[in-house]
Design a binder for this molecule. Sequence first.
Ligand code: DX5
Ligand code: ZN
Length: 213
Amino acid sequence: MEIAPSVLAANFVRLEDEIRDVEQNGADLLHLDVMDGHFVPNISFGPPVIKSIRTVTNLPLDVHLMTYNPQDYLDVLESISVQYISFHVEAVPHLDRMIQNIKGRNIKAGIALNPGTPIGAIEEVLPLLDYVLIMSVNPGFGGQKFITYTLDKVRRLKDFIINKELSTLIEIDGGVNKDNARLLKNAGADILVAGSSVFNQPDRKDAIESLKV
Ligand code: DX5
Ligand code: ZN
């Protein structure tokens, strides 16, 4: 199981220390939530902050675009050398084009699905994807409660991936904690995003270890 701490829950005043702390204590990826105030009702940070983050960590950067027009950010994200980019199926009419656009830059491509969006929405393009990001809260804010019906969605997606003999990874985002980590693993999750359950804990080593079930 890989753990991707979400910087959204970090103390932004001490961002460099916060990132080094999770990097030294077992984080596998660093999850970066970009919000535009339109697709989701919140604004977080964008490419300038990600560019600064790139200079203080060697962790692979996992960018989650909660925005309309995510294609507009690809040039700058490529120039920053991020390794993963996911965009929302609900925000993009041309899934295939967008996936090709990301993969053509040698960046891993993922599609994010809101809790209420069925997995059928990405069935056709699943073989093209490196990963699927299943949202287990409504996107826009950290610290929300895990929506339990998404577990079944993870199971069905995993079955689909196995039946099609694909190697697509499943990443889960929202309300992940030590109490649901094992359930998520058993359902088929490969990567757990964790904001509050890592950054709001005094001991990050302990926090990350408890999610690596
Ligand atoms: C929510 C973001 C998540 C968020 C998760 O819109 O996509 O990545 O930071 O935070 P927690 O783990 O606190 O639910
Ligand atoms: Zn996220």
